[in-house]
Design a protein around this ligand. Sequence first.
Ligand SMILES: O=P(O)(O)O[C@H]1[C@H](O)[C@@H](O)[C@H](O)[C@H](O)[C@@H]1OP(=O)(O)O
Length: 925
Amino acid sequence: MEIKEEEASEEGQHFLPAPQANDPGDFQFTSIQKSPNEPQLEFILACKDLVAPVRDRKLNTLVQISVIHPAEQGLTRYSSTEIVEGTRDPLFLTGVTFPSEYPIYEETKIKLTVYDVKDKSHDTVRTSVLSEHKDPPPEVGRSFLGYASFKVGELLKSKEQVLALSLRTSDGGKVVGTIEVSVVKMGEIEDGEADHITTDVQGQKCALVCECPAPESVSRKDNLPFLNAVLKNPVCKLYRFPTSDNKWMRIREQMSESILSFHIPKELISLQIKEDLCRNQELKELGELSPHWDNLRKNVLIHCDQMVNMYQDILTELSKETGSSFKSSSSKGEKTLEFVPVNLHLQRMHVHSPHLKDALYDVITVGAPAAHFQGFKNGGLRKLLHRFETERRNTGYQFIYYSPENTAKAKEVLSNINQLQPLIATHADLLLNSASQHSPDSLKNSLKMLSEKTEHFVHAFKDQLVRSALLALYTARPGGVLKKPPSPKDGTEEHSPQDPPPPMRRQDSIPHHSDYDEEEWDRVWANVGKSLNCIIAMVDKLIERDAGSEGSSGGSQDGEKDPSLVDSIITHPKEDWYEQLYPLILTLKDCMGEVVNRAKQSLTFVLLQELAYSLPQYLVLTLRRDVVFSQALAGLVCGFIIKLHTSLHDPGFLEQLHTVGLLVQYEGLLSTYSDEIGMLEDMAVGISDLKKVAFKIIEAKSNDVLPAITGRREHYVVEVKLPARMFETLPLQIKEGQLLHVYPVLFNVGINEQQTLAERFGDVSLQESINQENFELLKEYYTIFMEKMPPDYISHFQEQNDLKGLLENLHQNIQAKKRKNVEIMWLAATICRKLNGIRFTCCKSAKDRTSMSVTLEQCSILRDEHQLHKDFFIRALDCMRREGCRIENVMKNIKCRKYAFNMLQLMAFPKYYRPPEGTYGKADT
Ligand SMILES: O=P(O)(O)O[C@H]1[C@H](O)[C@@H](O)[C@H](O)[C@H](O)[C@@H]1OP(=O)(O)O
């Protein structure tokens, strides 16, 4: 293949194609040998003796890397280095990496084009707009210096895998310098020869040594296939930066989407539809009600059915998006994608630095969970829910006020009933089965299980709420009314002294003609216990008699048995165990059925109260909360799975996971001004709602390793599947299905020009209270951590980390009420990392501000943990922002390689949040 003249050669090129499957078509090409899931090829670049077109001009150079696929004509522009200023011997810190999925072979040709950049502000504009099969726009702000090309095979087979190539002018004639291409492998020692290159850094000469010590495996490679099941379309970038002692560290940045972005919302919506259908059915089965309540119920059902239909439509639409793993920032207002998180990615930094273990730093970046389709005109969930609850509490006409806690309790009891009743029935049948087999051991075991479950069942109703709800329902039946109204002393109807009297008392339409028998429920409920006792007595008796031991009757545990019932049974014993037990089991089931019937109806009546108030506003609010929660949950599950896989071989982490639970820390960059107030209010509730989520790790029984969700709105369990060989290595408690809890915390610091307005003319109290409240939560987590982790772990932990000091510092910063105090974010993130937590960074779209923040976090980690040379802090930051994963993130969201900031916005940003010249500007977001 001929490489055409530079001016014309880039026809048909496009930037960073989505890597396709490694499918060479009809041609046979030589694959590159590589470790599974590792990049296929990584190299770094340096130029020497570049010739400036104009004498004495100081060169500002960058190299553009293009790929010529062996079976195709034309170039594919792949990536660029950063711009190195003021030297003829530039050494580029931004390297090149081809991820494992990229279609690259030994025959693939790489073209390196060196440019002299005259105007940095134009540079990114120029590289941003290339789209497939379009002519590149005219060169602006840069001029062509020279090019070189090589075949991948040549590089791989060269001595020491280094090529020194002459750079030539476009006519191929004049040599204008050389370019050195050196293969690098993360985590591998380079041979003893140190490669000394000098570079001019801000006027000072600095000797840089390219050398790496022995590798340390970061994450076990056998975990990767399972991570790859959830992570998609990785973008990789490679850098080398000097350490303070002039050694090289290597950094690989990786950014991946996750199919959980769509999978979790779909799972969740299906579950919510089931929950709502079940509730609607229960409302229908509530029985006869007086006209007032019946009308309310009809109205509620109309709206609830409509709601279910809407959820079903959304699910249908989402199900069409098979295999999708990314919702772009520009789709955030789309109705059918409401439940899907915006721009969710794993942002990973892998550091290989001299003398230190390799390290991984993960941050999940995602748009703040918020209901963009519903909008923010009236604020977000935090405000809306508060307002709704206050109004509901004070309106009190036409319905009975139950507090959110009591409504949640009603849902919990209903869910327990629905789970326990079939379970008890199964255990009862198993008992009968054991009886028919005449097996004493099996009979004892079945009885044990049956007793346990029945006790749980009886216990579930030991709540005043059921009692008071029964009373309330009684009065709502045709003709039913109380002699005395339900008493607030039972604590289920909550009225402060100032509140109006309970509305029940105003239901004058119901005639007074009968008394409510409050003890009836006690009797029905107690019968379940009694019938279980009869079964226990009978089993004891049967086993006793079977063992041939005469004399003692009734076994050892009949203290609570109903003697009349037991006696009547055992005075006429039959030797057929099944026949003896069958009628008792029937009685138990009947008694249980009676309890279930009454309890279900009464608690459903409690739910009717919640729904009856302010329809359809209540349902809209529920939808908003579901939408926000779904986005937050998708991110959380993604973060959890990644954390689990990367820490699977860390016993301390696993111990922490099941004894303490996991800290999940969110960094918010939203401003407390205009629409973003509403977003922050949504986000705060969405994140707080994650407390309702617990994880359970189960053994994968098939190739489907995608997580499943069970539960209901008040309590979800996410089942994460691990293949047998990984599952086996887990601590017993986790293998036995112990629920693993999460502790979400959110710290927000607005940084943009809107925040300046909020600080000058608006209100920052929302941010202040969120930070204060979440500080308390973080402190609570730390206390539990200190209490529950083993003492030897804690003493080692304390030697290494001054968590107390960091917490104190964070507290002072929160109290200080300083403007745009980004120290809060750094401290919160550091505490999270030290406590083994999951890190999140969010702004509206997780595109611009988030990119500034994660790159700053990455470079700060390199500085504080890996001795990044202080003179290279800003250069590293600029490299990552200019050519790193985050500019690709912007590109994939808005098809333009520009952070959407204008000068005004930048001036408002804290200093280190400003991107380098040429990487920002007006962008059509
Ligand atoms: O990723 P974000 O920081 O939320 O993107 C903002 C950007 O910060 C802002 O300057 C710009 O004007 C846009 O509003 C971006 O939000 P989009 O959601 O429109 O990408």
